[in-house]
Design a protein around this ligand. Structure first.
Ligand SMILES: C[S@@+](CC[C@H](N)C(=O)[O-])C[C@H]1O[C@@H](n2cnc3c(N)ncnc32)[C@H](O)[C@@H]1O
Length: 256
């Protein structure tokens, strides 16, 4: 369990999950497609009862979808954010398939906090662009050690190809125009979502702590899919390539 100390009796955790999803979907309308393909590839490569590490799990988005589709799976969620972990803790309370761990993925010793030293699948989404390339490459070395032989790592995230600046600019302009239109319809952005969390009696305290840890948002890089694949191979994966992409995002799979 986490050290958030939140009990939250009476809190509607599913409502927080739903509002987190709406906020994230404002940035990524095809977010659920990424998760569907991610779980298709889990099934294809490691079966329907995997031991999963949900890396930078946030509210446990991947874990929730994993368990809904594969009830015999188990999941360890790891994240540093006390407020998002409080939502995860409330959501999965009493479910012994789920363990939540609070750790900083930039801390070299974070894997020691995990309940297992080997996983069938390490899955992550919309998170590793919070890290700069150097710590991310170091993290990939640790992930390669945590994935068993024949196991998989998948990362769904913004992966920017700097060799296509005009395509990138056009895609970005269109995406932002659509986001602006959705905003007119009442969608909450990242900053507004956190303002709501800060006013919640249960989430106010862990939200204040998360702002002390991160500020508004950590700074990081969004290297290309080719960079991710190449570093993952260097770190010990046998194969790595995108298995899905949208104009702005990629789901990259590495097989040990
Ligand atoms: C945008 S959220 C995505 C959460 C979830 N994977 C999802 O798709 O909804 C990014 C997550 O990365 C986590 N994160 C970023 N840097 C981290 C670090 N150094 N250690 C642990 N977690 C980190 C944040 O706390 C946050 O929960």
């Amino acid at each position: 369990m986490t050290d958030t100390g939140i009990t939250g009796t009476g809190t509607d955790w599913q409502a927080w999950q739903d509002s987190w999803d709406r906020q994230q979907e404002w940035y990524m309308p095809d977010r659920e497609d990424r998760f569907r393909i991610m779980l298709d590839m889990v099934e294809a490569l490691v079966g329907r009862a995997p031991r999963v590490l949900d890396l930078a799990c946030g509210t446990g988005t991947i874990t929730a979808r994993l368990l809904a589709r594969f009830p015999e799976a188990t999941s360890t969620g790891v994240d540093l954010d006390p407020a998002l972990l409080a939502i995860a803790e409330g959501t999965f309370a009493g479910d012994d398939r789920v363990t939540l761990v609070r750790a900083d993925l930039k801390d070299p010793d974070w894997p020691a906090k995990l309940p297992h030293d080997s996983y069938d699948a390490v899955l992550t989404a919309t998170a590793l662009h919070w890290l700069h390339s150097e710590p991310l490459a170091a993290l990939y070395g640790q992930v390669a050690e945590l994935v068993r032989d024949g196991g998989v790592f998948m990362n769904a995230d913004h992966m920017i190809d700097d060799s296509t600046p005009r395509i990138n600019a056009a895609e970005r302009a269109q995406r932002h125009a659509r986001m602006d239109a959705a905003k007119e319809g009442g969608a909450l952005d990242w900053a507004e979502w956190w303002q709501v969390a800060a006013k919640d009696p249960v989430l106010a305290e862990p939200t204040a702590r998360r702002f002390e840890i991160y500020g508004e948002h950590a700074e990081g890089d969004a290297p290309s899919a080719a960079w991710h694949a190449s570093v993952l191979r260097e770190k010990g994966f046998g194969e790595a390539r995108p298995v899905w992409c949208s104009p702005s995002d990629t789901l990259l799979l590495a097989l040990k």
